[in-house]
Design a protein around this ligand. Structure first.
Ligand SMILES: [Mn+2]
Length: 389
């Protein structure tokens, strides 16, 4: 059974020089991610370099990487070489490195070289086989147990038990119970799950069906829960159960977020100190809203931008003008409240499709259809009708 297998798993013990266990927690690197047509690889290399600088300055005992290392289960060659370089730099620090796979990662590909990496002090979660890797650290307060739980779904757990595993909470709860965590010692877990109550952004993948949340109480045995999956830095339920968030803004919904790494210190049992070190990107991501004329005056020309135009009248070649001034525009939204409201007002089921369309066209463009356009639209309606018969 699961419990036995966990107990059988080989435990590595390390003695720390410092008086307390200091860690850095990051997650959701999404190496290889693109924003529309823009590759973020340069931005990602830069920010990973910043993270290495922070590690060198802070000299933590451990670095915790809580999943979604890559953006895709089959990462590009470019993405692989960026992670390769990052792992090399991490190995050159004195910190022990702990990494798990997230829902975007292929657990198998992330686990590549796991056994060899251990010699370099890099611990990567193997593919979930019913067991969970554990590494033991010791400082002046005693043991710190680090558990590496890769992203799991109910289906991954079902095959190892006859217990009823329906929900994500059932799955994670079952696995954690099987670990028989010694709660008199200090315990840390890396997990990549959606803990109920966490505030989402627009850059996470939405689970089809939506029921992928795990109740926070299942993580009760742990002094610190290093979470990945949600892209906004936040504590969930308690100060010591945290999402570090992504190192870069991956959607306009994160424009106002401050990205950072978490620095934690585990002192005697029950005492965890938490601080943040902000991450400064090469290029910011901003959300700009206003009329075209005002928007063109904004100073964020070299940032990634989502632009929402509020002009009520049609603007000729808005996209072209904006793109010329904002080469890193990722999204253009037209918010024409009055026009939309008046279109709704004018709508009536008594009108023919041609009348409806012609009213709509007039409202949007401020002029009516020409005879030639009318003929084309009529042809289209005729074709549609034929298609229905
Ligand atoms: Mn993610």
């Amino acid at each position: 059974m699961l419990t036995e297998r966990v107990n059988k798993c080989k435990i590595n013990v390390y003695y720390l020089k410092g008086e307390k266990m200091k860690f850095i927690h990051i997650s959701d690197l999404h190496i290889g991610k693109r924003l529309n047509e823009y590759s973020l690889i340069k931005e990602q290399e830069h920010i990973l370099g910043e993270i290495i600088n922070i590690i060198n300055k802070e000299a933590p005992d451990c670095v915790l990487i809580a999943g979604d290392v890559y953006d895709k289960s089959v990462p590009s060659a470019e993405a692989v070489s960026v992670l390769d370089k990052f792992l090399g730099l991490l190995a050159a620090t004195n910190a022990k490195i702990f990494m798990i796979s997230g829902n975007h990662d292929s657990a198998e590909r992330i686990a590549y070289g796991t056994e060899a990496f251990k010699r370099q002090g890099i611990y990567i979660s193997p593919v979930f086989d019913g067991t969970v890797s554990k590494v033991e650290l010791r400082d002046e307060y005693g043991k710190v147990n680090i558990y590496l739980l890769p992203f799991i779904k109910p289906a991954h757990v079902k095959r190892y038990t006859d217990d009823e595993i329906e929900t994500y909470t059932d799955a994670v709860s079952f696995v954690i119970k099987s670990l028989n965590v010694n709660e008199s010692e200090r315990n840390v877990i890396l997990a990549h799950q959606f803990v109920t109550g966490a505030e989402r952004t627009e850059s996470e993948e939405v689970n089809v069906g939506g029921l992928d949340n795990v109740e926070g109480y299942v993580f009760a045995p742990f002094d610190y829960v290093a979470l990945g999956h949600i892209h906004r830095s936040q504590a969930v339920g308690r100060e010591t159960m945290r999402y570090s968030g992504t190192p870069l803004k991956y959607s306009a919904s994160e424009a106002k977020d401050e990205k950072s790494v978490i620095i934690g210190k585990l002192k005697e049992k029950g005492t965890v100190e938490i601080t943040h070190v902000p991450l400064v990107p090469m290029r910011d991501y901003v959300d700009i809203k206003g009329k075209l004329e005002e928007v063109l005056k904004s100073e964020n020309k070299t940032d990634f931008v989502r632009i929402t135009l509020t002009d009520e009248e049609a603007v000729v070649d808005a996209y072209g003008k904006l793109k010329e001034n904002y080469p890193y525009m990722t999204e253009l939204v037209f918010e024409r409240r009055r026009a939309v409201a008046s279109i709704r007002e004018g709508f009536s089921i008594d009108k023919s499709p041609m009348e409806q369309f012609s009213d709509f066209y007039t409202k949007i463009n401020g002029r009516s259809l020409t005879d030639e356009q009318k003929a084309t639209v009529n042809e289209i309606f005729d074709m549609l009708k034929e298609g229905q018969e």
